[in-house]
Design a protein around this ligand. Structure first.
Ligand SMILES: C[S@@+](CC[C@H](N)C(=O)[O-])C[C@H]1O[C@@H](n2cnc3c(N)ncnc32)[C@H](O)[C@@H]1O
Length: 254
C-alpha cells in the first residue's frame, strides 16, 4: 500500500495493561478477598445510586469477582474485559453458577475504549483499578477515549464510578509512594484530581483496609503487586495481617 491508510483502517485493538493477576489466578483471588472486606466501595456507590434491579457495566472486570457479586443485586451486569487470560477466569467463575448470578452476567471481550453496548443502555458504570488511570503517565496511556465511551453508554441520570488508589491517605498510599508507581511521579495525586475534575468528576476518598487471613497470605499478595523484595520491606512495616487502605473514587452523573 502506498500513502496513508484511510482512518477507518486504523487498528482498533485496545491498549491492554497486563495485570499480574491474569497470570496468577490464585493470588489474584486472594487479593480480592482481602481487599475492602467490608465492601465500603459498594456502600459508597449505593449512596450515589443503589444498584438493585439496574443494568451495571463493570469495565476491566478482570476475573469477575465484583461483576458476579453485583449480579446478586443488579438486573444485569456487563463484564467488559479485553485480556484473554482474564476472560478465562471470568468465564470459569460465571460457569460455576449458571442458574443464578451467572445468568445475569454477560461477558464482553472488549476494552474500555470501545464498549460494544448501545448509547444510554447502562445505569451504573463501575471500573475498579482498571484502565482509568488518568492522564498519560508512566503507568499507561491517557484514558480519555474510555471516558468518552463511558459517557456514551451510560444513560442520562446514570452514574460513573472509577475506583483508583488514594495516594495521600492510609498505609497503602505510603507503600505506593515509597515502593510503587507513585514513587517516580511526585505530585501525581494532585494531577489525577485535576484531570478528573476537568472531566466533570468529583474525587472522594473512601477509607478501607486490607485484612488478610495470615501474614503469609498478605506476603503472597504484596509480592504479586510489588515484587518479592519490596514486599518484604512493606511487610516489615505492617503489624499483623491488616493495614489501612484508602481508595480514591472519581464519580459523576451522566
Ligand atoms: C488490576 S486488574 C482489576 C480487575 C478488576 N476490576 C478487579 O478489581 O478485580 C486490571 C484489569 O484491567 C484490565 N484492562 C487492561 N487494559 C484494559 C482496557 N484497555 N480496557 C479495559 N480493561 C482493561 C486488565 O486486563 C485487568 O483485568
Amino acid at each position: 500500500m502506498t500513502g496513508r491508510p484511510p482512518i477507518t483502517s486504523l487498528p482498533t485493538e485496545p491498549f491492554v495493561y497486563d495485570y499480574p493477576g491474569a497470570h496468577d489466578a490464585v493470588t489474584y483471588e486472594l487479593e480480592n478477598r482481602i481487599a475492602d472486606p467490608d465492601a465500603r466501595i459498594e456502600a459508597f456507590m449505593d449512596r450515589l445510586l443503589a444498584m438493585d434491579g439496574l443494568v451495571v457495566a463493570d469495565v476491566g472486570a478482570g476475573g469477575g469477582y465484583h461483576a458476579v457479586r453485583y449480579a446478586q443485586r443488579a438486573a444485569h451486569v456487563f463484564a467488559v474485559e479485553p485480556a484473554a487470560r482474564m476472560l478465562i477466569q471470568l468465564h470459569r467463575r460465571i460457569a460455576a453458577e449458571p442458574e443464578t448470578v451467572g445468568a445475569r452476567v454477560s461477558v464482553l471481550a472488549a476494552g474500555a475504549e470501545a464498549i460494544p453496548l448501545p448509547d444510554g443502555s447502562v445505569d451504573l458504570l463501575h471500573s475498579r483499578l482498571a484502565y482509568f488511570f488518568g492522564p498519560e503517565s508512566s503507568r499507561v496511556r491517557s484514558c480519555e477515549p474510555g471516558i468518552a465511551e463511558a459517557l456514551r453508554v451510560v444513560r442520562p441520570g446514570g452514574q460513573i464510578v472509577i475506583v483508583d488508589n488514594d495516594l495521600r491517605e492510609g498505609d497503602f498510599a505510603a507503600f505506593l509512594r515509597e515502593f510503587g508507581y507513585a514513587a517516580d511521579e511526585p505530585g501525581l495525586a494532585d494531577r489525577l484530581d485535576d484531570f478528573w475534575a476537568a472531566h466533570g468528576f468529583t474525587g472522594t476518598t473512601v477509607m478501607s483496609e486490607w485484612r488478610a487471613p495470615s501474614r503469609k497470605a498478605l506476603a503472597r499478595v504484596l509480592a504479586m503487586e510489588f515484587g518479592e523484595r519490596s514486599a518484604e520491606a512493606i511487610l516489615a512495616r505492617v503489624d499483623g495481617s491488616r493495614f489501612r487502605y484508602a481508595y480514591r473514587l472519581y464519580h459523576r452523573e451522566r
